[in-house]
Design a protein around this ligand. Structure first.
Ligand code: ADP
Length: 479
């Protein structure tokens, strides 16, 4: 089966979060199920710089008014189609905004162009290749399904995956005339969304199947509290909505061979983690002692509960623990973490920015990772933590609740506990979870048992790739 994936990020070329990890890992995981994925991505500078064997396979004179070319290329094992449109994608800054962090004002045009090209490939094919199915990720690619539905590729099955419903790609109605869609695409069954235009919404009403990245989140987004305005649509299309858990790319996240950690280790040799712990302490200016070491690797945002976390830092230190924070995000939150590090020299260390290798080291050296999210579609950092013997302490939401087994008495007694779970959006519950983790850490045998149970859990892509492959097959026309 040939699948065209369309996305705005792909690990290791361009990543701002879990979306990239998933888009980068699924092609390899699906190959084992007879699914060959080509991924269409924007030609950002970081992407163009790292392509092997590029070849121009199509030229566009005026793609939304700009010159563009489509490149077929490889990057490692990834089979790529890259939309090389310098006027849209070659800029200083991130994939969605400038150096100041503000979104580009022409994002609608940038991602409508990407999506239109995706639909075009589905309709006409490219150099003798045409997909049997198109898989679009998040709002930046969701319009692919809408362009397909109103164009020649309307019969080709389309799947839209939601990695985070909070990002919807909403724009004002007056861009409709520039989207190059037929008039019938306007309306509640089309791109119209609360009087404006919703890219994700347009994709969701056009898709043959909708997936999201955990069974828990698939349920949550059907409620007004978590549906972010789309719960009605989700309920209306519930028979097409599937929750498929993200997996871990076990070639990249494997403590036995990870080049970013100090010493390799396995569940049988957890003592080897100490070397990475010492390295984390050194990198973050923390005291070298045996106090429980909590880590955070996260976007610093309200979604991730980082405002509550700041309130909890003093408590964490008073409870006798230490904290290392790697993250970037909202400026006031960054400033507050830096201030906490100043206040608690040797006990709290902070590094702002994005550092893939350091994130691996922290999973290998930390005792526990804190994830107090208000909502979490799947969450990958708790899955990486489980593999690395770093005990996840998580809010009871979405994929976090689906993947961590709380250390209650029954689970501890059965040797099944893998972490700690607490009520979301509740600072007291967060404090209590930190205290509970500190107490459990003091009981070496219990802590070790939790680490080992987490490392035994299988969150590789094996099961989830099989589910995607089965879903894709179910959408193909009968032969
Ligand atoms: P989200 O996609 O909502 O940000 P996930 O937990 O699904 O959350 O995925 C986050 C991914 O980004 C993980 O791979 C995590 O290790 C990585 N990450 C987040 N912040 C940083 C950072 N500051 N430096 C390095 N990696 C980070």
């Amino acid at each position: 089966m040939r699948v065209l994936a369309v996305a705005s990020e792909i690990y290791p070329l361009v990543k701002t979060g879990g979306l990239a990890d998933v888009v980068g890992a699924l092609p390899g995981a699906l190959a084992a199920h007879g699914v060959a994925v080509r991924s269409l991505i924007p030609g950002y500078p970081d992407v163009l710089a790292r392509l092997d064997k590029r070849k121009v396979v199509r030229r566009f004179d005026a793609l939304f008014g700009v010159d563009a070319r489509l490149l077929a290329a490889k990057a490692g094992a990834l089979d790529l189609l890259v939309l090389d449109a310098p006027a849209l994608f070659v800029r200083e800054g991130g994939p969605y905004g400038g150096p100041s962090g503000k979104d580009w004002s022409d994002n609608w045009q940038r991602f409508a162009a990407l999506s239109q090209v995706g639909a075009d490939i589905a309709g006409q094919g490219i150099a003798g290749w045409r997909p049997d199915l198109v898989h679009a990720h998040d709002w930046q690619a969701a319009m692919t399904a809408a362009y397909m539905r109103f164009g020649p590729a309307h019969r080709t099955p389309k799947v839209v995956t939601i990695h985070n419903l909070a990002f919807q790609g909403r724009f004002s109605a007056d861009i409709f005339g520039s989207l190059e869609l037929p008039p019938e695409a306007w309306g509640v069954d089309g791109v119209e969304y609360y009087g404006g235009i919703g890219f994700l919404k347009a994709g969701l009403v056009s898709a043959d199947a909708i997936t999201t990245v955990s069974p828990g989140y698939a349920q949550e987004i059907r409620s007004p509290a978590q549906g972010m305005g789309l719960d009605g649509l989700m309920n209306g299309r519930a028979d097409r909505l599937h929750g498929i858990l993200n997996g871990v790319d076990t070639d990249i996240w494997n403590p036995a061979i990870d080049p970013s950690i100090v010493r390799p280790f396995s569940a049988r040799a957890l003592g080897q983690r100490l070397a990475s712990r010492r390295a984390v302490e050194a990198r973050f200016g923390l005291d070298q002692d045996h106090a429980p070491l909590f880590v955070i690797v996260s976007r610093l945002t309200w979604q991730k509960g980082m405002d509550m976390m700041i309130e909890a830092v003093d408590h964490l230190v008073t409870a006798g623990a230490k904290l290392a924070v790697l993250g970037s995000g909202d400026e006031p939150l960054e400033a507050a973490f830096l201030a906490a590090a100043d206040r608690h020299g040797g006990r709290v260390g902070v590094q702002m920015g994005y550092d893939e290798a350091l994130s691996h080291l922290m999973q290998a050296g930390g005792d526990a990772i804190l994830i107090p999210s208000r909502f979490e579609p799947c969450g990958l950092t708790q899955l990486y933590a489980l593999r690395y013997g770093c005990v996840p302490v998580v809010a009871r939401v979405g994929g976090l609740a689906d993947t961590v087994i709380d250390a209650n008495e029954a689970a501890l007694g059965a040797g099944a506990a893998t972490g700690l779970i607490f009520a979301p959006d509740d600072p007291t519950a967060l404090y209590e979870a930190i205290s509970r983790a500190v107490a459990l850490h003091g009981d070496r045998a219990t802590w070790l048992a939790m680490q080992r149970a987490g490392m035994r859990a299988d969150f590789s892509w094996t099961h989830s790739a099989a589910r995607y492959a089965a879903l894709f097959r179910s959408l193909l026309p009968a032969a």
